[in-house]
Design a protein around this ligand. Structure first.
Ligand code: URA
Length: 211
């Protein structure tokens, strides 16, 4: 698995504001969007393109456009929704599918409760977006899900990861075409599965506590 951990002062600055417990939801949402756009720049480095001819006011030349089949962006509900706008800004013609995976608060095991994705993902490049890579269970399930349907490569974009989650995903995907882009790699997971120092519950901070 290829791993890219962002090392850019603007990303660290925006993450610092995001982590602050006093940052209100509207600012939090705005920052998530901005952060994703910055991370998407790295995440889409290998997006497939095809050559096209372009006529400028001066001459004919060649450029590129996104290749077919188009990439598909998969936000993991619900917190991944907060990252969607930032990702589609960079890939406006990508398709969007949804996967609802929630973790059981006691066992910390993920289970799928919603799916709005094509059954056939043959040849597709998939971008999975989920703000927090905690135990890795949700990401592992999502990666398996899209590969089982024929996806050829998967890029996951997370704002913050834990060393435990990173190790679990790395061990699980061994040898498959997976890339992980992280805004930061934090210290550890605590006993209830939260990333430390992290930013708390990303879904709650984006959307409040309604379930
Ligand atoms: N999910 C969150 O929203 N935050 C964490 O710290 C871990 C999982």
């Amino acid at each position: 698995m290829r791993v890219h951990i962002a090392d850019h002062p603007l990303i660290t600055h925006k993450l610092s504001v995001l982590r602050d417990k006093n940052t209100p939801s509207p600012v939090f949402r705005q920052l998530v969007e901005e952060l994703v756009t910055l991370l998407a720049y790295e995440a889409t480095r290998d997006v497939r393109v095809e050559k096209i001819e372009v006529e400028t006011p001066v001459a004919k030349t060649f450029g590129v456009q996104l290749a077919h089949p188009r990439p598909i962006i998969v936000p993991i509900l619900r917190a991944g929704l907060g990252m969607l706008e930032g990702m589609t800004k960079l890939l406006p013609t990508a398709e969007v599918g949804f996967l609802g995976i929630k973790r059981d608060e006691e066992t910390l095991q993920p289970f799928t409760y919603a799916n709005r994705l094509p059954d056939d993902l043959t040849g597709r490049q998939v971008y999975i977006i989920d703000p927090m890579l905690a135990t890795g269970g949700t990401l592992i399930d999502s990666i398996d899900y899209v590969f089982e349907r024929g996806a050829t490569d998967v890029t996951a974009v997370c704002l913050i990861g834990s060393p435990e989650g990173l190790a679990a995903v790395e061990a699980h995907v061994a040898g498959r075409a997976v890339k992980l882009v992280l805004g930061a790699l934090d210290e550890k997971l605590n006993e209830v599965g939260y990333i430390v120092p992290g930013l708390g519950d990303a879904g709650d901070r984006l959307y409040g506590t309604a379930q």
